[in-house]
Design a protein around this ligand. Structure first.
Ligand code: FES
Length: 342
């Protein structure tokens, strides 16, 4: 038997067979612990063992020796030798089994927010509130095609069941199918088919300073997380670093500033790869902004969402400075690579 404790103080008891991992056992009993690789490498299923005799397979390479000494575990690599108790730094809400039945939503508003980017507001047609975590995504079937595209939420779940998504509109020459729909055919009231997406990039329990890093339309997930920090009345310092190709690509800045004013310690730093004569901010990449951020000696949570090059660049920046969860026990970095799709 295993007892699972979640950050919202809820608890679940499950049975674990001798030949199954804790992750498999939880899933069998409809508790969908976050996971991605299921091979012990990504760390997205990370938890803590509070008591009991357990065996971690040699494949748990996302854990350092000190992680193991501190009782950290990976449910995808863990089997039980008897009763055990575990805790997780996420709420039980995100472990609900995913329901991938498609549902409808109608286009309520379309707001251009930058050069080649729009905020798409959809009215979800579900009787119950659409539930998701700040940083997660949803799938949309591109009208007139059989293809699906994933987009991160900009807002938080709400009783009105409205969702806001930030979408890039690529130039005509790029032949993006969603871009072409948004550019040429979309009308208010259009009904779109949606599917719950999810994803393991969500805001964890905030116990220390937070650094949010966004590149391009990866900003959507980061704004959603900023909203949640405001909702939770986060008292820790929050830095939001935002990089784009050109000044005209930066968007939602007023909204970010207004959210930031509701936090006691908030700073927004922007960089563009290519400035213009009016640009007074930093010209460069988000990594050039990191030097201006107090990282509290590695005691902070970093959330990265953006194109793969940006994610790799930021991860390398931290690795070069030897700021990793291997060197600093209070350091955690979560990321979501935002694949460009039109
Ligand atoms: Fe990747 Fe467990 S799912 S480490």
């Amino acid at each position: 038997k295993a007892t699972l404790n979640f950050s919202d103080h809820s608890q679940a008891e499950i049975t674990v067979k001798h030949d199954e991992t804790l992750l498999e056992a939880a899933q069998r009993q409809d508790i969908n612990l976050p996971n991605s690789c299921r091979e012990g490498t990504c760390g997205s299923c990370l938890g803590n063992c509070k008591s009991g005799k357990v065996t971690l397979s040699g494949q748990a390479i996302a854990l350092t020796t000190s992680d193991k000494e501190r009782g950290r575990i990976l449910p995808c690599q863990l089997t039980l030798q008897g009763d055990a108790e575990f805790s997780f730094d996420f709420s039980a809400r995100i472990c609900q089994p995913s329901d991938d039945t498609p549902f409808m939503a109608s286009v309520a508003k379309l707001t251009p927010v930058a050069d080649g980017a729009v905020l798409l507001s959809l009215q979800v047609e579900l009787l119950q509130q659409l539930d998701f975590q700040a940083g997660q995504y949803i799938d949309i079937k591109v009208p007139g095609t059989e293809s699906w595209r994933s987009y991160s939420f900009v807002n938080l779940p709400n009783a009105a069941n409205n969702i806001d998504l930030l979408l890039r509109i690529l130039p005509k020459s790029a032949n993006g199918i969603m871009s072409s729909y948004l550019r040429d055919r979309v009308e208010l009231g259009d009904r779109l088919l949606l599917r719950r997406g999810g994803g393991a990039f969500y805001l964890r329990d905030v116990k220390r300073p937070v650094v949010l890093v966004a590149g391009g339309t990866g900003l959507s997930a980061i704004v959603s997380q900023l909203r949640q920090l405001v909702d939770e009345k986060c008292q820790h310092p929050v830095n939001l670093l935002y990089g784009a190709a050109k000044p005209e690509d930066l968007c939602l800045l007023d909204e970010i500033e207004s959210l930031g004013r509701q936090l006691p310690h908030f700073r927004l730093l922007c960089a563009v790869a290519e400035g213009n004569s009016e640009w007074q901010g930093k010209t460069g990449f988000v990594t050039d902004l990191l030097v201006d951020v107090d990282l509290h000696d590695g005691n902070c949570d970093v959330y990265l969402c953006g194109p793969p090059l940006m994610i790799d660049g930021v991860q390398k920046w931290f690795a070069d400075k030897e700021i990793t969860d291997k060197t600093f026990t209070g350091f955690k970095l979560y990321h979501e690579k935002f694949a460009a799709s039109g």
